[in-house]
Structures are given as C-alpha cells and as structure tokens.
Ligand binder design. Structure first.
Ligand SMILES: [Zn+2]
Ligand SMILES: [Zn+2]
Length: 829
C-alpha cells in the first residue's frame, strides 16, 4: 500500500520532535566553529507576511546547511515590539498596546513554528519587555554620561497623523515613512545621540564590509555625505562681523561674485538692517516658513533678495553683494555659501535670473593662455587650470586648492576642513509605547539621570491613550511626579520615549546572552558569537537600521563591552515579494496569506517554492503554478523513496555503490557527486539558493529515469540506495519536515538535521571532457577539449579563438558557423 504525502501529519510530528529534543538549542561550544545566522527581527503586527516567510526561509536554509556542516549555529528570533501601530490599535479598538502586542506575538510565534524554522526559542527577545528596554535606558545613561546623548532645542519633523517627531531618515519625499502624511516643522526640546562623532568611522568601516551590496554602501556614503574643502571668512563691509562660508571648491574663489546667506542665519538681522528693512524682514519671515515646510520635498523654486550689503573676498580684496536665498540651509555647512556662477550650475542659474556678474576662473588645460574676460555662455564645473585668479593663475585646481588653503591658514581668514551631511540622531518621541527616556528634571539640580539601580523606568500600564496631541505619559501625573535622586526634592520625569530604532540597534548582542542580568549582554558570550556571520533582511533598512546598528556597535565597543567595530561583515539584501507586478501590500489588495498556503500545501512546499522561484537578492514574483510545481516535486521524491523502501531493509542493497552497477550506475554516481558539490557551493559560496533546488530536481529526474535498470543488479541497488539517501539529505535545509520523515523511514536513528552534510568525491564529480574538431570550409584544421553539452555560442567562440584558426582565417570574419554539439565546429569563410 502506498503511503501518501500527508504533509500536515509529518510537519506537526517533526515540529514536536524538534521542540521536545530542543534540537535548535545552542550553547557556546568551543569544540566547533561558530556561525551566527541572523534575520531582521519582525515587528509583531499580528500575522507574518510573505516578506517574512522569504527572509526567514533564506536564513533557515543557510542555518540548517551550516549545522549539517558541523558548525555551531546561532539562529535566533525575537520581536521589535515597541512602536506606533500598537498605540493606533489601542485608539481604534480600545485594546491596551501591551495586550495587543503580546497577542500578536503569540500568534506569530505559532506561525513561525509552523514554518519549521530552526530558531533557538530559548533566546527569544522581546523589546517591549522591561528586561529588554531596561538596557536601552542603561545604554542611554552611559551615553548621557559621556556626552553622546544630549538635549537641545531644534526644528523637528513632525507627523501630524502619527503625532510624533520623525528623524530625517524617516521623512521620505516630504512624507512620513509610516503613513505618508506630509511632514510639518515644529520647534521642540529634543534628545539627540551624537552619531556625528562617528561619521568618519562609519565611512572608513565600509572597508570591512566587502560582502555588502555595493549600492547599499553607496546609499550610506551619500547619507553620511563627507565633503572636504575649506572654511573661509568674508568680512562684512562697515562692520566687524564676518560671514563664514564652507566651500569644496576653494580653487574657484576668485570667481565668487556674490555670497548667499540662509534666511535662518544668525547674521540676518544685521544684514537686513537699514533702508528696505521692512520689506526684507517680511521676505525672510515668509521664506523661513516655506523652507521649513518644504525642506525635504526637493527642488523648490529658487527665490532670493539682495540685502544691499557687501562682503570682502579675502583673496581678491573685492567687495561682492550679499544675498539671502531659500536654497541655502542653515543646518548644512555654515548656512552661507560663496556663489561662483561660472563654475556651479545652481549659482549660474541664480546669477542669470537676477543679473549678477559671472566670471570665468577655471578653464580646461591648454586654454589658460587665452583671454577669458567675457561672461561664459555655459557653466564649467570640472577641475582645470586657474585664470583671473591673481597669484594663483596658471595653477591646476588640485594644486591651487592646497596652496590657497595654506594661504588662508597663514593669514588667519580660513582653514582646510571636512563637513558631513549626517546630522545627530533625534530620538525623542512623544509616544506611549516606547522606552521611557530615563531622565529627571529637578528645579534645583537640573537634568539628572535616573540612577542605574532604579532601572527600568517602566512604561506605566495605566496611561490614557486617546490620540490627542502630545504624549500620554505627559498627562499621567503619577508617572510625571517623582523625587530628585540627587537632592530628594520634588521633580518631574522626562515624558519622551525613544525612537524604536534604538531597540533594534543592539538586539543582536542580546541574543548572545538573553538572560543576562547585570549588563545589556555578557561580553564573553558576545565575543564568542559576534560578529554576525550572515545578516539577511530587506534593503529598505540600508540607511536607518544598518547605520544605527553600526553606530551602536562602535559605542558599545568604546564602552569596553565588545571588541568588534562592525556587527555585520556580510549583509544579504533580500529582494521584494511581488504579485501581479507590484509589491504585496494591503492597499494593493494582492496579499497572499502564508496561513492559507500552509493549510493547503504545507510548510515544506512553501519553503521550497519561495527559495526556488528567484535568487535571494532578486525580486520574487508570486505565482500559484510555481507553488504547485514545487508541491509535485516533493510528492515525486516522496513516491520514489517509498517505492524503494525495500532497499533499506536490513541486509538489502549493501553492496559497494561503485562496483558492478553498470553504465547507468556510473551516470547516477557521477551526477550524485556533482549535485552534492553544486548544491553546497550554491548555498554557501554563491548564495544562489534557487539553483541549488533546481540541481536537486535534475538529480531526482535522473534517478527516476535510471531506477528500474539500477534495481536489476546488487551494485545498482546499492547505487540507488545511496542516491536516495543523498537526495533526502540535500533536501533537508529546504524541506526539513519531509526530509526528516524520509530519513527515519529509511532506517536512520538520529535527526537528519544533525547528521553530516553528504560528502562528494572530486574525482567522481569531475566532468569528462569531449573533443571537438574544428573545420574551415570542410577541412580539418584543429581540435579542442570542452565540457559536455557546451552551448553553440561557446563552441563557436572557442573555435574562432584558436591560434591555428585565426591564422587560417587571416582576420576575415566567418560567413557562417555550423556547430554539432559535443562533436564539431564547421566554419564557412
Ligand atoms: Zn505618520
Ligand atoms: Zn534635585
């Protein structure tokens, strides 16, 4: 009687066995090499989605393969459990954020277990638990002590929908990253983390990240935005005030025909004083508001006014007009620029619009001997040779930049310098469901950190979450009122909570020692497991999460808690999951619920399909037919093993696999060794998990084709038996439940997931080469060796490159090339 593939029974059975035997539990076993395989932990929104299934299936294939390779694999999971959706649910459905979150986690944990992922559940972390976020507060206080956490008043991005502050990184095209509402500007006291102290190291650390996608490194570089140049002071005419500018093109300074100052610049009152002051003040007021509203929206119409004031170019001694314009921001550089219209496209356009002089000071090499008096017709932004630049004329841009920088330093009106686009990280949020910032304000003692022994400052359960503006904590007097830890007098608690990106900036340390009571993590455990050997997650985290995690790791290193400076030397950015041409999303209505698929096809089929349909880093397009195909593939393996179960009965087919199995046996043995090699390399070297699955499929097809012949001899039966065992073992990382079941059915005692990965024999895996003869106009001229089934294009290319053929052809292109696979290339010339 044929046993049908009852995936429901099989999957439940093995999930129970793995759990009972604690099969995924790991310790710091120093007898084995470690491998830390990490997927980005999910936000517990309620249900897992296909993006999760994909991310975690990729990680699980790697983790299970490494385990079978004999490595000590740490493969943890947890919950990024604080954040706004819980509060929104509280407002909408009158459920407490804590209940909502814990219920979601309960459900999602069950779903992840149904997928058969090999997580060490003893290491689960949950960022909404006080024993986790206590350490956010601990790290914050350490940073506060060292001046890395500080408070200042600043303009902040404000989402009117979410009622909270957003970091610049969380403003996408002028909208809130979460709800897309247009972001407004608001002035508030905020807590910041001094990520700018690490700007240079965040850039130089990229040298260690050779296994990151190049475009992710580039995005981070752009975000950090390092510019080398010089600060130069322009004296204001009739005043002791100086306007400082930053320029990356000091070589062009003789071409500066005006200064542009931000309307937010502190010198504005002096610049607009005098005749026309009323008009200028009105312009400034209107423009500042517009700029704050539209700061992140991109190109705005350039607008400017002439203040009537003049500034002195310290190099040329020339007096040039000072303008105010909306395209110079106060928070980048110094809030003032020198405008060189001949050599900067934006200045060129502005000067043209407002009729300001344009003077050439850089020309392409060779042009410097000509006169360059007239205003140029177009902008020239390249480096070149200086003209009209006093004593620096005739120098090349690079040399001039050096000499002019030294000149400014020697004369005290400037210095060579570096600036960054990166801003300090504003972490204050006026929300309830976040880590309370552990600070107390005392009227006598000022800003005081909560003593370490009083941590955690717990999120009070009884706050009213109504969605009204401001923080629910602010309205909860029992939380706000406290005593000062320094003087014992009455004091008030900080009511801002931390950006949830703080939680995810160090959770991978916590997995190393999740029960640690005295520190965020045990340094010895972290030293054993870190860095993370492979980190897998969506590329949407290229900037926010991945820069913050790198920053936190460097800070924790400087606290002496870890020795590593980079947490993730290898980052695999997994592609999007799409259906019908767009990303799966609620708004598009194209979501496929993993639960439905699990019920209909089982976890193994879903895992195989999601891995097989596309390489991990590419987009994955959902197609039901593909899923059915993968289900049939599993059913075929199931059937094939069951038809041949007699081979595994005691004493059956124990003959040596290589002897006396005939040609069919030789073919299967060779393919088996090649498949083992290919699957291993695809998984561990190339990360082409999809082609690993197709190799297993090809091998299955060959075994099916040859099985009847193999069964006829004792040697053949031995080969077939070994081929089936290999198939099942190679299947294990992809379809672990079925693989365990078949492993057991074929008489093996231990767990397959703990058994060694099949070995291959290099000699047996080697392809025999075929000899291909090359003819020119029907006459034999040469021959070459090639791997079997080389494609025609490859045959033609190699034949035409042979020295003898090149000589015969004498440079003529062939009129026609005819290829016969594995045999012949005939060139008609
Ligand atoms: Zn929002
Ligand atoms: Zn006090």
């Amino acid at each position: 009687m044929k046993d049908t593939y009852d995936f429901k029974r099989i999957e439940e059975k093995w999930q129970r066995v793995w759990e009972d035997r604690k099969a995924f539990h790991v310790t710091e076993d120093r007898s084995k090499a470690k491998f830390y395989c990490l997927e980005m932990y999910p936000y517990p929104s309620g249900r897992i989605h296909m993006g999760h299934v994909r991310n975690y299936s990729i990680g699980d294939v790697i983790a299970r393969t490494k385990t079978m390779r004999g490595l000590n694999v740490l493969h943890p999971i947890g919950w990024d459990a604080l954040g706004m959706p819980a509060e929104n649910a509280a407002i909408k459905n009158s459920i407490h954020p804590r209940e909502w979150t814990m219920g979601n986690i309960e459900h999602m944990r069950t779903q992840l277990k149904r997928m058969g992922f090999s997580y060490d559940w003893d290491r689960e972390v949950n960022s909404c638990q006080p024993d986790y976020y206590k350490w956010n507060q601990w790290i914050f206080l350490k940073m506060f002590e060292k001046g890395l956490a500080f408070r200042k008043e600043s303009w902040v991005n404000w989402c009117p929908q979410c009622q909270t502050v957003l970091a610049n990184e969380q403003v996408v095209a002028g909208g809130c990253w979460r709800c897309e509402t247009t972001v407004a500007q608001k002035k508030m006291e905020q807590w910041f983390l001094k990520i700018t102290d690490y700007a240079d190291e965040l850039l130089s650390g990229h040298d260690e990240l050779r296994k990151w996608p190049e475009h992710v490194l580039q995005m981070q570089k752009n975000w950090i935005g390092r510019s080398t140049g010089a600060h130069v002071h322009f004296g204001l005419e009739g005043s002791s005030k100086r306007i400082e500018v930053f320029t990356t093109r000091l070589d062009t300074i003789f071409g500066a025909t005006f200064l542009v100052v931000s309307p937010e610049h502190p010198a504005v009152p002096e610049l607009i004083a005098g005749p026309g002051e009323e008009r200028l003040r009105a312009w400034v007021a209107k423009t500042v508001v517009e700029m704050r509203m539209r700061r992140e929206i991109g190109e705005t119409e350039k607008a400017g006014v002439d203040t009537g004031k003049k500034a002195l170019n310290p190099y040329s001694g020339e007096l040039i007009p000072v303008w105010l314009a909306n395209y110079v921001l106060m928070d980048y550089g110094t809030g003032a620029i020198m405008a060189v219209p001949a050599h900067d496209a934006r200045d060129f356009q502005f000067a043209g619009d407002f009729g300001i002089a344009i003077r050439t000071v850089i020309v392409p090499p060779g042009e410097e001997t000509k006169r360059h008096d007239a205003a140029p017709a177009e902008v020239f932004e390249d480096h070149g040779v200086l003209v009209n630049s006093g004593p620096f004329s005739g120098l090349r841009s690079e040399e001039a930049t050096e000499k002019m920088g030294a000149h400014a330093e020697a004369n005290g009106f400037g210095r060579r310098s570096v600036i960054y686009r990166l801003r300090d990280w504003g972490i204050s949020r006026q929300r309830y469901w976040g880590t309370p910032i552990p600070i107390i304000y005392c009227p006598k003692c000022g800003t005081v950190g909560v003593p370490y022994e009083d941590l955690p400052v717990e999120i009070p359960y009884d706050a009213q979450i109504t969605g009204a503006e401001g923080s629910p904590l602010e309205r909860l007097e029992s939380f706000v009122q406290t005593t000062c830890p320094t003087c014992g007098g009455p004091a008030r608690r900080e009511t801002d909570t931390m950006d949830t990106f703080v939680d995810s900036s160090w959770y991978f340390f916590r997995y190393c020692s999740p029960q640690e009571k005295n520190l965020p993590f045990a340094p010895a455990a972290a030293e054993f497991w870190l860095p993370v050997d492979l980190y897998i997650g969506g590329v949407e985290h290229a900037i926010l999460h991945l820069i913050y995690s790198r920053f936190f790791t460097k800070v924790l290193r400087d606290f002496g808690l870890t020795k590593i400076g980079e947490p993730f030397p290898h980052y695999l950015a997994q592609g999007m999951v799409t259906k019908d041409g767009s990303a799966m999303s609620k708004s598009k209505g194209n979501i496929v619920d993993p639960d439905d698929i699990l019920t209909e096809y089982g976890a193994d089929a879903l895992r195989v399909f999601i891995i097989f349909a596309s390489p991990p880093d590419k987009e994955f397009a959902w197609a039901e037919e593909g899923l059915e195909g993968c289900f049939r593939f599993l059913t075929r393996i199931w059937g094939l093993v069951h038809e041949n179960l007699d081979l595994f009965e005691a004493g059956a087919g124990t003959a040596a696999p290589s002897g006396g199995a005939g040609e069919a046996g030789g073919r299967v043995v060779k393919k088996m060794h090649q498949t083992i090699r290919k699957v291993g390399e695809d998984i561990e070297v190339r990360f082409h998990l999809n082609t690993a699955v197709s190799s297993i499929m090809e091998f299955l097809n060959l075994v099916k084709k040859e099985k009847d012949g193999l069964r006829e001899t004792a040697g053949g039966r031995g080969v077939l038996r070994q081929a089936l065992e290999t198939l099942v073992a190679l299947l294990s990382p992809f379809a672990p439940h079925m693989a365990e079941e078949l492993w057991e059915k074929t008489g093996h005692a231990g767990l397959l997931m703990k058994s060694p990965w099949p070995a291959f024999d290099e000699d047996l895996a080697r392809e025999e080469l075929v000899t291909i003869v090359v003819q020119v106009n029907g006459k034999l001229r040469d021959k070459f060796e090639a791997e079997p089934d080389l494609a025609e294009a490859g045959m033609e290319e190699r034949a035409l490159a042979l020295p003898k053929i090149l000589a015969v052809m004498g440079g003529r292109p062939p009129r026609k090339v005819i290829c016969v696979k594995n045999k012949l290339v005939n060139i008609v010339g």
